[in-house]
Design a protein around this ligand. Sequence first.
Ligand SMILES: [Ca+2]
Ligand SMILES: [Ca+2]
Length: 233
Amino acid sequence: MFYKFREVARRAFRQALPCALGMMAVQANSMPIDSDVVSTFDTSLEGWVGVTRGTEVVFHSSTVGNPAGSAFFRDGRGGGNGKIRAPEQFLGDWSLVSNLLYEHRIIYLGGEPRIESGWTVDIQGPGGAASFVTDPLKVRPSTEAWVEVIVPIIESEWQVTSGNWQDLITDVSLLDIEIELVFNGNPLSQANDRDQDAIDNVRLVSVPVPSTLMLLALTPLLLINHLRRRSRT
Ligand SMILES: [Ca+2]
Ligand SMILES: [Ca+2]
């Protein structure tokens, strides 16, 4: 009986191996991000770039940070709200990502009249696009302290502006975080007295146990268990 079971298992393994290797190859090409991705900006922008439309600039600051350096925004003459765009390591399959976290601080408010807004985060991919806007009742920008912004990667927290959430989240090819939160009135007359802002400690947090890898690890055990049951009948 044991010999028969061993032969059946060996045959099944030989048949299943190409399929399993094929699955692993597919997984390797589109592996979900399953460990935390972090930018601390301690010594550089770490691949992040500014998204600006005028003379405002994004650069690495070695003197402002929580701690050490940060991504720093200095407003100039231009339009729109300044953003920072994520490097490649933050992009890809977000199926296992639970939260995007970062810290923001208004370093200088600039001249009046001014309007402060909340934070907007944008993601895009082949499957669609979505925006997240912070709730001003839950979290407020500050000049006094670093404020942690928590962005849950849950569909109900986002406005999906095109495509659909499931397709988008499995292939995120663009991540923009708004860094400029102050509008200082007339853009021409106050070009030299505008806000400055900083972002530090951007983190993509993944769930601790990647379910897809767990499934792959369990597959041989399930197969052996199945064959063992069959050999008993
Ligand atoms: Ca830092
Ligand atoms: Ca501004």
